[in-house]
Design a protein around this ligand. Sequence first.
Ligand code: TUI
Length: 319
Amino acid sequence: MIKTKLCDLLGIEYPIIQGGMAWVSTAELAAAVSNGGGLGIIGAGQMPADILREEIRKAKQFTDRPFGVNLLLLVPHIKELVDVVLDEKVAVVTTGAGNPGAYISKFKEIGTKVIPVIPSVALAQRMEKVGADAVVAEGTESGGHVGELTTMALVPQVVDAVNIPVIAAGGIADGRGLAAALALGAAGIQVGTRFICSTECTVHENYKKKVLEAKDRDTVVTGRPTGHPVRIIKNKLAREFEKLEKECAPVEELEKLGTGKLKAAAVDGDMEFGSVMAGQSSGLVKSIKPAAEILEDFIKEAEEVIVKIQNLVKESDKR
Ligand code: TUI
């Protein structure tokens, strides 16, 4: 069994939280992960407020365990989404693509735990100062909107810089990754890509297939000049981005190219011109399984790896 302070903080069995992926992490997936012993998270993305409320209520029907909502701070109606999460008293909020400082005190007043996703040490320190309960240190291996640093370099630097629990994210899709994250000082992991290929994930089947087929070099970061670099699986859309970026096309043109493309991939199954956001760990994903089984596999494999390393140390001492 692998228990950490993150399990105590969130009231969960395993130190694994599911990435709140816009258009991908619906109530079904979130509830399945929470029922399996992790923390499931609904990705609010650009949902209208009333749809987010419906998703939260659906998740409450599917599970009695705590779950969370991921809020994308760059959406124009973010204040309405914050109000829904407050109103529904969701247990945990993770935030992406910005600084949630302005909302933290409101969440804390009602006992909602706030866990910002951050790509740097400076932001982690700022988040600790304004009262975050933990941070997700997300490396550039992740899918979707990414920072510059790798998980291997970022996580231990964040661990050294703050006193709140650090959750490692980016490139982690099996128990070896969980063991490695713990070795870096993390109190747990956030997993996105592996859960795309779960039975309960409601994303289009073509999306799951694309992740299953992807190999190690099949993702690429697009849209750097827009200030919102996004990792996706290579396809015609990625090539179009590459072409426009080479031509130094205006930012507006790049932004226009990206608009609505995640929905096209996740809902309509457009694998050519849709934005198939997924991490570098796609190459590790080989099967579609129930979320609970994925969680058990993570823990079992991490335990085996840790024992193996302990044995290595013991054997080395005898030499
Ligand atoms: O947010 C994510 N991953 C995402 S968001 C997304 S949807 C999207 N679509 C198009 C363009 C942009 C987003 C798909 N995947 N991960 C968490 C994350 N947050 N990664 C990086 C950051 C981040 C960046 C800047 C967090 C804070 C931040 O702060 C800037 C500041 O100083 O305010």
